[in-house]
Design a protein around this ligand. Structure first.
Ligand SMILES: *Cc1c(COP(=O)(O)O)cnc(C)c1O
Length: 335
């Protein structure tokens, strides 16, 4: 079976398992796990922030960020298809008592400075005030679109001009950096916090990073604890995470394979493909997505439904060029 449901389905390599087994560990709730500390120091370096915090998942990273930047009852401004709003069980309401206000970022999910200015609400006797702007790059629901550093800077500047901090959901930030051939810091320099996943495309079995200023990370550590994310000998998972961070260079291969997959599928009658910007391929089908995916599965290929007639395929470390060719054949037989 060729599994293109997500770049999270990769199995830890021998190197990852070695890293876990050989990790030096301590109690991270006391700040004494050397592997966690090394990962956090290196992540801050790579992202260009003062500090970084290891969190078990991207969802926890986003939720901790939202809670850390805001006060109860404020508004959080985000794109209407953003993960933090759409796919995190209304955590913004549950964990931070925030009211989301959404913006329509169009086909690619890019939020403009004018939209940010219009969407921000000033606190008054009747209005709660906007506590945070959350951006997403790459934008998952829009098909892994890679917004440019200038796009991120422009939206962030509009929020900052109004005194509002900015969080970047960069679950796949290194894919965006790869697509634009820049360092991740080219995006992070413009925002107040960033989350990125080590478990998506980089080969770590688990874990994400939340990064920002020293004072932000100190406050975030308390909120991580509050949400149950204080971990003990977490070096067992942080050591593979550190390796994952050094695998950023490999994401270009996923992007090339996504382009090849898209070209191949586009030749098949009844299917329309949006040219991928990163490792996500969205395919529009004449038939209902679920029925099409059932037939793909019978032909040895897995994807996920994204809309009634849209299916997502995602390239990752555990598929090679041959798998991509076989995936194209499977799609052709399924149609
Ligand atoms: C996957 C993802 C998350 C959440 O990460 P988990 O580790 O699955 O909790 C957040 N934001 C975006 C854009 C994602 O793609």
């Amino acid at each position: 079976m060729i599994d293109l449901r997500s770049d999270t389905v990769t199995r830890p390599s021998e190197a990852m398992r070695d890293a876990a087994r050989d990790a030096s560990v301590g109690d991270d709730v006391y700040g004494e796990d050397p592997s966690v500390n090394e990962l956090q120091t290196r992540a801050a370096e790579v992202l260009g922030t003062e500090a970084a915090l290891f969190v078990p998942s991207g969802t926890m990273g986003n939720q901790v960020a939202a809670r850390t930047h805001t006060e109860r009852g404020q508004e959080l401004l985000c794109e209407r298809e953003s993960h933090i709003y759409k796919w995190e069980l209304a955590g913004l309401a549950q964990h931070a008592a925030l009211q989301p206000r959404t913006l329509d970022g169009g086909e690619r999910g890019v939020v403009t400075p004018a939209q940010v200015r219009d969407g921000c609400v000033e606190a008054s006797d009747h209005r709660p005030g906007t506590g945070l702007l959350s951006l997403e790059n790459t934008h998952n629901s829009k098909g892994g679109t890679a917004h440019s550093p200038d796009d991120v800077a422009a939206a962030a500047e509009a929020a900052h001009d109004l005194g509002i901090p900015v969080h970047l959901d960069g679950a796949r930030l290194f894919n965006a950096a790869t697509a634009h051939d820049v360092a991740a810091s080219a995006f992070v320099d413009h925002v107040d916090s960033v989350m990125c996943c080590l478990s998506k495309g980089l080969g770590a079995p688990v874990g994400s990073i939340l990064a920002g200023s020293l004072s932000f990370v100190d406050a975030a550590r308390r909120n991580r604890k509050l949400l149950g994310g204080g971990m003990r000998q977490a070096g067992m998972i942080a050591a593979p995470g550190l390796r994952a961070l050094e695998n950023r260079h490999r994401l270009g291969a996923d992007h090339r394979r996504a382009a090849r997959l898209a070209d191949g599928i586009d030749q098949v009658d009844g299917l329309t493909v949006t040219p991928p910007e990163t490792n996500v391929v969205l395919v529009e089908t004449d038939r209902p997505a679920e029925a099409f995916l059932d037939d793909c599965e019978s032909e040895g290929l897995l994807g996920v439904p994204f809309d009634d007639h849209v299916v997502r395929f995602c390239t990752h470390w555990d598929v090679d060029d041959g798998d991509v060719d076989r995936a194209i054949d499977a799609v052709a037989r399924a149609t």
